[in-house]
Write a protein that binds this ligand. Structure first.
Ligand code: NAD
Ligand code: TDX
Length: 328
């Protein structure tokens, strides 16, 4: 099977390529990635051929899609904070880029798996017993999540109107190796390694539902293998933690007092809580996460950032300078 992985030089995409080569040796992977600021070609370590290009480049996309059996679509602008300072690349890549891929898949009769986020459902109150399910109404808050919601709806329409074969997944917050230092967990680990204090937005009590990136990727393969076209599957591993609890664990893991963090101004429109009910994926497709223990996964991630400073250091100063400008 030939698989075109868009965004394969980013965090989840690169881990997907490594997971695929380790578990599915019969699969031939090609990566299409624009190598934006968020990418790092070295994450792939030469594991798969990399075509540098834009998913909104219709001619290039047509040529690559004509030569594949499946597209697994990770490419996106992904950082909420960036979407608040400049939404335009989010609309271009997440909406127009997905549209371009859909049109190429339609022309060539190629299946698409669309990777999306639980943020399309908006947020939950801290004391709400509910979790997101596949039937929760869409209610995105940020430019990032609204463009992901738009891309999901395009995929659904192409299935219904044009008979495209496609599946969708909406996953909760990922952690693990090769995640950009702008994101919460790598930012705080690398801050502590650099002698800086972790920075918590607002009151630090917002909750995210953490999943190890390898569990996300094994779920994507379960959907590719056994999912039904037109269906959406929520991916989550019951990993709800407040941001404050995560920072305290990082500080402890690096031998610092657990209150050595700062509260900084909140993110505008900051979603309070995400929580996923992944029963459909577990019951219908028989998927189970392998990294049940968030604390152990976090310790391994701390070790990875400690041991791979050459990978993240080139991005760190510019990332912190960007945050400093907005007082975060
Ligand atoms: P990332 O920002 O680390 O990587 C995104 C990749 O897409 C980068 O390599 C970048 O160069 C590439 N890219 C951006 N614009 C492109 C374009 N126009 N053409 C081609 N390539 C382009 O993101 P990530 O965290 O790995 O997320 C991957 C996907 O998973 C995204 O679709 C995201 O919405 C989704 N997702 C992420 C999370 C999470 O916690 N990180 C959770 C749920 C869903
Ligand atoms: O320095 C920080 N301090 C802080 O308190 C940063 C960078 C973040 N935060 C908070 C904001 C969120 O409540 O931590 C939480 C996680 O923040 P992000 O890493 O920016 O992730 P989030 O906004 O939750 O979105 C992530 O998960 C869903 C990914 O970036 C998205 O691409 C994915 O769709």
């Amino acid at each position: 099977m030939r698989v075109l992985v868009t965004g394969g030089a980013g965090f989840i995409g690169a881990n997907f390529v490594h997971w695929t080569l380790a578990h599915r040796p019969e699969v031939q992977v090609t990566v299409l990635d624009a190598l934006t600021y968020a990418a790092d070609g070295s994450s792939l370590a030469g594991a798969a051929p990399l075509v540098q290009g834009d998913i909104a480049d219709a001619e290039l996309v047509d040529r690559l899609v004509a030569d594949t059996d499946l597209v697994v679509h990770f490419a996106a602008e992904t950082h909420n904070d960036n979407s608040l300072s400049d939404p335009s690349p989010f609309v271009r890549t997440n909406v127009m880029g997905t549209f371009t891929l859909l049109e190429a898949c339609r022309r060539h009769g190629v299946r698409l798996h669309h990777v999306s986020t639980d943020e399309v459902y908006g947020d939950l109150e801290l004391d709400d017993p509910a979790r997101f399910t596949e039937s929760t109404p869409y209610n995105p808050s940020s430019p990032y999540s609204s463009t992901k919601a738009a891309s999901d709806l395009l995929v659904r329409a192409w299935v219904r109107s044009f008979g495209l074969t496609a599946t969708l997944s909406n996953c909760s917050n990922n952690y693990g190796p090769y995640q950009h230092v702008e994101k919460f967990i790598p930012r705080q680990i690398t801050n502590v390694l650099d002698g800086l204090r972790p920075r918590l937005y607002g009151d630090g009590l917002n909750v995210r539902d953490w999943i190890h990136v390898d569990d996300h990727n094994s779920a994507v393969w379960a959907i590719v293998d056994r999912g039904r076209s037109g269906e959406t599957y929520l991916i989550g591993a019951d990993g709800e933690e407040s941001n404050r609890t995560v920072v305290e664990a990082i500080l402890r893991g690096l031998g610092q007092p657990e209150d050595a963090f700062d509260l900084v101004p909140d993110r505008p429109g900051h979603d309070r809580r995400y929580a996923i009910d992944s029963s459909k994926l577990r019951t219908e497709l028989g998927w189970t996460p392998q990294y049940g223990d968030f604390a152990a996964g976090l310790r391994a991630t701390i070790d990875w950032y400690r041991e791979n400073q050459a990978w993240w250091r080139p991005q760190k100063a510019a990332t912190e300078a960007k945050y400093a400008k907005v007082g975060q």
